[in-house]
Design a protein around this ligand. Structure first.
Ligand code: 5AD
Ligand code: SF4
Ligand code: FES
Length: 358
């Protein structure tokens, strides 16, 4: 039965729910198909995105996130300009190809200007060669344009949950956490010319398999270029922690995440899909497994070690004490184990984006 679904040109919601439920031989067949599609359409290359967790100051209060503004236990930091440039220089010299600047959400003038200046400096120190993905939340069109003009060319803004009702269950219901505003941002980013990425959390409280099937259809409809998704992991200083007894066991949340990656690879053959850190948190070999079933992006952490324990979005986040070179060699080994090869010195924009713009 799974075989007949896998051979279809496109999947219905019902098909997707069945694929998400696949077990035993069916599950193996799903993963095999995803690996074949990956080899056929994008090959074995895996691209690095050196991750700089720029600041944990955040004006938002998402109910799942450890650095939400309401968590008074978190010590707040912002990486200095020199430190960011040091990280970027390291990434450039080690031929990572690209970096990601990620941060809690802020939209004040000082922040906007700081990012803009950083982008100019990063471009300068790398002769324009280092690719930069931004993951800095919801901003105005003007801000997105400024950052684009300064050299940001990929933007990651997860929809977190594409179902509006579920979105409202995991965010405070106020003006700053508006589902439609987030959707608008994704459209604006596309209009400006960014490679646009989004994603969801998997295994959230109140989430059903139908919701996840809809998430996949949402990615397809939006015609995204990149996707980063991973399991939801509870954090004790957040409101959603109270539902921890209702969550799927961690192994099942991991398995569902793996299936989401595999199915998305089959649906959107040439997009970039990340093997996320959250996947490794729930399974020691989580990122290798994701690469095997179709992920082609990995994010070695570059954040100066002294800040790492303050960027705890969820429990048990790995790489808290590892220096940049340790994460690099760790991931090099993992990618090798997974049968991939690293695209050193290349941006590795998604083929999907390249095709749409050629
Ligand atoms: N579990 C898993 N992922 C989380 N994120 C935030 N909190 C959690 C959590 N508890 C993810 C969100 C956000 C990204 C930066 O981290 O999807 O977009
Ligand atoms: Fe802030 Fe992002 Fe965490 Fe929400 S998920 S509280 S926007 S850092
Ligand atoms: Fe950081 Fe493995 S990726 S130690």
């Amino acid at each position: 039965m799974i075989e007949s679904i896998l051979n279809k040109a496109s999947f219905s919601k019902e098909d997707l729910v069945l694929l998400l439920k696949a077990e035993g031989e069916d599950r193996t067949m799903l993963f095999k198909k995803a690996a074949e599609i990956r080899d056929q359409y994008i090959g074995k290359k895996v691209y690095f995105r050196g991750l700089i967790e720029f600041s944990n100051r955040c004006s938002k209060n998402c109910l799942y996130c450890g650095i939400r503004s309401g968590n008074t236990k978190t010590h707040r930091y912002m990486v200095t300009k020199d430190e960011v440039l040091e990280c970027a220089k390291y990434a450039y010299e080690e031929r990572y190809g690209s970096i990601v600047i990620q941060s809690g959400e802020r939209s004040d003038k000082a922040f906007i200007v700081e990012i803009e200046e950083l982008l100019h400096e990063i471009k300068k120190l790398s002769n324009g060669e280092l690719g930069v993905t931004l993951s800095l939340g919801e901003q105005t069109e003007e801000t997105y344009r400024r950052w684009f003009n300064a050299g940001g060319h990929r933007y990651l803004l997860r929809i977190e949950a594409s179902d509006e009702e579920l979105y409202h269950k995991i965010h405070p219901n106020d003006k700053t956490h508006d589902y439609h505003a987030r959707l608008e941002c994704l459209k604006t980013l596309r209009k400006i010319g960014y490679n646009v990425g989004t994603g969801v959390m998997i295994g959230l409280p109140f989430q059903t398999l139908e919701n996840l099937a809809d998430d996949l259809l949402f990615f397809e409809k939006l015609d995204i270029d990149m996707c980063g998704m991973g399991p939801f992991i509870e954090h004790e200083d957040t409101p959603l922690f109270q539902y921890r007894d209702q969550l799927l066991p961690k192994s099942e949340r991991f398995d569902l995440s793996l299936k989401m990656v595999a199915i998305l690879r089959i649906m959107m053959k040439d997009v970039n899909i990340a093997a996320t850190t959250a996947m490794q948190t729930l399974d020691p070999a989580g990122r290798e497994k994701a690469i095997r079933v179709g992920a082609n992006i990995i994010m070695p952490n570059l954040t100066p070690v002294k800040y790492r324990e303050d960027y705890l979005l969820y429990e048990d986040k790995p790489c808290i004490d590892e220096e940049a070179w340790e994460c690099r060699s760790c991931l090099e080994a993992r990618i090798k184990i997974a049968g991939g090869e690293i695209g050193y010195g290349e941006w590795g924009d998604s083929k999907h984006f390249q095709k749409r713009n050629s």
